[in-house]
Every structure is written in structure tokens, then in C-alpha cells.
Design a binder for this molecule. Structure first.
Ligand code: HSE
Length: 432
């Protein structure tokens, strides 16, 4: 059978990994695809010392690859929004299938890109965009297609998980771990995307769309970063039997769907709580299947290349099939415009840490603010002031309550004469 010819745009961490996997596993890949997959051309502005590209045509113009009549599949690995969007649309316009690892592009411009692809009868594949090497797109879009998905929750940013793990286990400094994640090729070009939860929000947006058949709604995803997590919170969470993870959570509620990324306390007994380092993990609950859990490397050259190449193989296999035989880009043939709940309307349990003067009645005041609003306390710890400090800390776990009620309670607690500064709030999910 005629080989499939691929053009790789971008030869950084992921591009280099993709080239190397396609080259080193070429025989097995051909056996799986039923035809050879050849790297016809590469667009890069700088060499990748990990790759021997001497036998391949190399250009510094990615658009030349997108327009190259010899090429069947354009692999977009340059990242970012604008140039990547134009490049992908150009490739589609020239009748190419596209494989991308660019979650930002899909989360923000996915619908425009998929519409263009459908009009041209080509496919845009994006497995590598979510959770790196874990085949989570295939699992949710195809493997769980029988289910009505109830909720999903995931550690979907390797850099953030790596930072939280190193801080917890080795007491390392935030900036120092972030620098290492950048050197290892885990972090985004702008690492605030990792630590502020924007990268995870891109991925959660995509996962939620294919899980529930809703539009891509990145702008409605609530995002909170890990920058305010203190060593005290990490320690108190462990004392209460929980671990703090930066989680993307999406749940089908009665009045809509929640879509949120924030630091989250989860019980240490849940397998996902033990997923550390650069690993990602996604839990998906479907009505027929129940709980499922997917774990693997979420970033890095090899794992991300594994997902990119799997998409290329999928395309190569279905090359001669009509477009209608391929799985829909967003899993569903019709999209439900279900409301994404504003954060105020979302219901979760909470961890609160309150700094207060060490005097009689403070705890009673806090408890009565919560009980007046129907907030049920699950556990309380009071910590005496540390040596040389004047303030005590009250740590509370609550049962589930709507966020706006908790906001109101926090405002009232912060207004007490005996409390100091802002209340720390970490949302708690039991994932059951
Ligand atoms: N910066 C991302 C992460 C890369 O750390 O997970 C993979 O999407």
C-alpha cells in the first residue's frame, strides 16, 4: 500500500520525540498501520541535537510543509494560538489531515478548526493535547461511548504535579522545581499556564466536551493556581487524611455542568492521590462502567510523542475510508448547549484555615457563622500559636455546600474582630 507521508512542524521536545519514535519504531508502526509512515519534511528554526534529520528535507517555513503536495498528514507541534491556528487551517485548506499536541488551540479554536476539517473531509487529531501519553481522548470518546458520563477529575498538568510533589516530599523551593520542569521540557513556553491552571483548563475543556457532548467552553472554566498553597496546608491536609492535588474537575449537576481547575484536597486512600511527579491521572465515572482511572506520564518527549504517533497511525489506517466512517471530532454528532455553572453555583466540600487570636469564644463564633448558613462541619483542628507567633490556626473541614454560601460565610469570618487576614479555602472532593 502507498506510504503515508508526514510533515512535522516544530522540532522541539515533542517534535523531536515524534521524529525519533517514528524513526526508531518504523517497522512495528508500519505493521500496525498496514503501510509505511514516512517523515517527508520537517519545519524547524533550530536543530534538535537529539534527532538525526540528515535524510529528511528540512525547512524553516512551516507553511511550506502545510502546502507541500507530497504530504498527507501535517503534524503541528509549534504550540501557541495564532500561528498554529493559521498553519492548521492552511493545512486543512490544502487537504491535509492534521495531528496536533496543541490543547490551547483546540480548546479555544477547536470548533472553527473542526468545521473547516469536516468541510474538507479531513481529520484533526489531538490525543497528545490532553494528559500526554495517556490515551484519554480515545478512552473517553470511544472506549466509554456507551456511557452517560457523570463526572471526571484529573491531575492533568505534569509540571504542577511535579512541583507539588517535590515541595511536599523534599521541601524544595517552588521556583527551583519549576526551573527543573522547564529544563526537562515539561513546562509550557509560558510556565504561568502550568502553575495558574490555564493549561489544565484547556485540557479539561476538551475532556468535558467529548465526555458530555457540549461545546468547547474554555472561557467558562474556573481557574485557580497552586501559588498560594503553603507548607502548613500540605501538613494539615495530611493530618486530616487528605492530599492536595491541582485537579481539573467536571461534573454533571442537576442545573448544569461544572468546569473548574483548582487546588483540591482528596482522601489519601483514593488511588489518584498517590499519583506523583510528572505523572497525570484522570478518573472518569460513567453510569454503566462506574469508576475508571487512567495513569501515565503527562508531559515529556517520549510520552507525548507516543500519543502523536498513535494519532498518525489511526489516520494511516483509515486513510481510504470515507470521512463519515471516522469518529466525530468531539465524539458526538450533535452538541448539547448545556450551561456551564458559574463557580458561585458549584457545590463542593471545603477545607478552611483561619488565623485567629488565641482567646475564648473564637471557635464558637466561627461555628455559629457556619451553622447559621447551614454549613455542616465534618472536622476541626485547632493549632496553638507556634513559638514566637501570636496567632492560633483553626482548621475546618465542611460537608458539601454551594460556593456562594461558603463565600458569604468566609466574608463573615474575615469580618470577626478576633480573626486576622484572609481565610484560606481549599475545595475538597471525595471522588465518589
Ligand atoms: N506543560 C504541560 C504539563 C505539558 O506540564 O503537563 C503537557 O501538556
Amino acid at each position: 500500500m502507498k506510504p503515508v507521508k508526514v510533515g512535522i512542524c516544530g522540532l522541539g521536545t515533542v517534535g523531536g520525540g515524534t521524529f525519533n519514535v517514528l524513526t526508531s519504531n518504523a517497522q512495528d508502526i508500519a505493521r500496525r498501520a498496514g503501510r509505511e509512515i514516512i517523515v517527508e519534511q520537517i519545519a524547524t528554526r533550530s536543530d534538535n541535537p537529539a534527532c538525526d534529520t540528515s535524510a529528511v528535507a528540512v525547512t524553516d517555513d512551516a507553511f511550506a510543509v502545510a502546502k507541500n503536495p507530497e504530504i498527507d498528514v501535517v503534524v503541528e507541534l509549534i504550540g501557541g494560538y495564532d500561528v498554529a491556528r493559521e498553519l492548521v487551517l492552511t493545512a486543512i485548506e490544502h487537504g491535509k489531515h492534521v495531528v496536533t499536541a496543541n490543547k490551547a488551540l483546540i480548546a479555544v479554536y477547536g470548533e472553527e478548526i473542526f468545521a473547516a476539517a469536516e468541510a474538507k473531509g479531513v481529520s484533526v487529531m489531538y490525543e497528545a493535547g490532553v494528559a500526554g501519553g495517556i490515551p484519554i481522548i480515545k478512552a473517553v470518546r470511544e472506549g466509554l461511548a456507551a456511557n452517560s458520563i457523570n463526572w471526571l477529575a484529573g491531575i492533568i498538568n505534569g509540571t504542577g504535579n511535579f512541583i507539588l510533589t517535590e515541595m511536599r516530599d523534599k521541601g524544595r523551593d517552588f521556583a527551583d522545581v519549576l526551573k527543573e520542569a522547564q529544563e526537562l521540557g515539561y513546562a509550557e513556553a509560558d510556565p504561568t499556564f502550568d502553575v495558574e491552571g490555564i493549561d489544565a483548563a484547556h485540557k479539561l475543556t476538551i475532556l468535558s466536551s467529548i465526555a458530555y457532548g457540549i461545546p468547547l467552553q474554555f472561557d467558562r472554566c474556573y481557574t485557580e493556581g497552586i501559588g498560594n498553597i503553603t507548607p502548613d496546608d500540605v501538613e494539615y491536609a495530611e493530618e486530616l487524611g487528605y492530599r492536595i492535588k491541582h485537579l481539573g474537575v467536571s461534573r454533571r449537576a442537576e442545573n448544569g455542568i461544572d468546569l473548574r481547575v483548582h487546588p483540591t484536597m482528596i482522601p489519601v486512600g483514593r488511588p489518584i492521590a498517590t499519583v506523583d511527579g510528572v505523572l497525570n491521572a484522570v478518573m472518569v465515572n460513567g453510569d454503566a462502567v462506574g469508576d475508571t482511572l487512567y495513569v501515565g506520564a503527562g508531559a515529556g518527549a517520549g510520552p507525548t510523542a507516543s500519543a502523536v504517533v498513535a494519532d498518525i497511525i489511526d489516520l494511516a489506517r483509515s486513510f481510504d475510508a470515507p470521512a463519515s466512517a471516522r469518529v466525530n471530532h468531539l465524539a458526538f454528532n450533535s452538541i448539547d448547549d448545556v450551561t456551564v455553572l458559574p463557580m458561585d453555583e458549584v457545590e463542593t466540600a471545603y477545607y478552611l484555615r483561619i488565623e485567629a487570636q488565641d482567646k475564648a469564644g473564637v471557635l464558637a463564633n466561627v461555628a455559629s457563622i457556619l451553622s447559621e448558613r447551614g454549613i455542616n462541619i465534618e472536622a476541626i483542628i485547632q493549632k496553638e500559636p507556634k513559638e514566637g507567633e501570636a496567632l492560633a490556626q483553626i482548621i475546618l473541614l465542611t460537608h458539601r455546600i454551594v460556593e456562594k454560601t461558603m463565600n458569604d460565610a468566609i466574608t463573615a469570618i474575615e469580618g470577626l474582630d478576633s480573626t486576622v487576614g484572609e481565610v484560606t479555602r481549599i475545595r475538597v472532593e471525595h471522588l465518589n
